[in-house]
Write a protein that binds this ligand. Sequence first.
Ligand SMILES: [Mg+2]
Length: 404
Amino acid sequence: MPKITGIQTIRTRANGTWLFVKILTDQPGLYGIGSVSDHFRAPVMQAAIENLAPRLIGRDTSRIEDVWRSIHFSAYWRNDALSNTAQAGIDMALWDILGKEAGMPVYRLLGGKVRSAVLAYAHAAGNDLAELEDDVRRYMAEGYSVIRCQLGPYGGGGFLKGTAAGFPQHHWPQDAAFDDEAYLDAVPRMFEYLRNKIGFEPKLTHDVHEHLMPHNAVHLAKRLEPYRLFFLEDLLQPEQVGWYRQVRQACVTPQAMGELFTNPHEYLPLLAERLIDFIRVRVSKGGGITQCRKIAAVCEMFGVRTAWQEGGDNDPVNQMAAVHLDLASPSFGVQEENHFAPEEYDLFPGHARLEGGYLYANDTPGLGIDIDEVKARTLLNPELASRSYLYPEDRRRDGELVAP
Ligand SMILES: [Mg+2]
């Protein structure tokens, strides 16, 4: 059996927010790669991997479950975003190695394909309704059948500016205020407009990004019912998921939730009570392929679908891990897409191919994706990478911070 001889990190993207692990083995040319990216804490993740490495050197690469548990308990406290990401990256790399040893793509190790390609949803946005309609039509023309619709940034439609914002004296230095009622008004109008203009054929979703107070969130789900969404995403913040019972009682709008979940205690009750319809955990934040294939299996038992989170800050290696799970999971629902710049795709030979609203893996053994380390180093801009990247803040008119 191959043994782990070294763990390297590769930091890239121009701003240095992508981080990967490369697990080296005692077998010539045999290595695996995994994603340990955390957009907001790349240097912290780098230190976490360096801290873990001594425990893993010499371990048998095929003992994936045992390594997973060994890392899981290695710092006593567990189930947080950073620990899960470290576990996930190592886990992806070990699945990659196992596939290369077996001469099979990872989806075959997971039980084989249950679908021929991965349905992906697009991100349409516009600062006004006409702009949004154009973007939706553009994606429809590209072949997408599921399209997320947003009025500009998260919370878009709910921001008031100038005198309409009603700022108090000496207010927080902000130029817009998020207002629940404005959002509650704008989003149903957005879907009314889109359904009138383009009909009910495209499957539409919307991401609330937790901006609303819970009672208003229930109201929004009910108001959107006539527009027959594919799903409504992140209606509530993770701390308020108990309100999904009220949402279920109020309407049949399908619910997608969970990109911020890291602990099984957060998602198991929602699955077991069938309070959500799609789970949105990010593969790396959930604990990797090993943990997410178990989540997918639980979803299958309870009739819930997976919609693993991707989004702008994520990387092609994590995306590839999701695609392998998607291909082999009967509980797969839809996959969030990602667009990367051409010079970024160029770093990753074998990356998933996005075409006509579907993602395709290749049949290369392992994850089927590699990293060109020379190009990765060249792309990294040291000045940009030295900066701090923290989540932007939205606030209400009195300055109160809105959950992101
Ligand atoms: Mg979301």
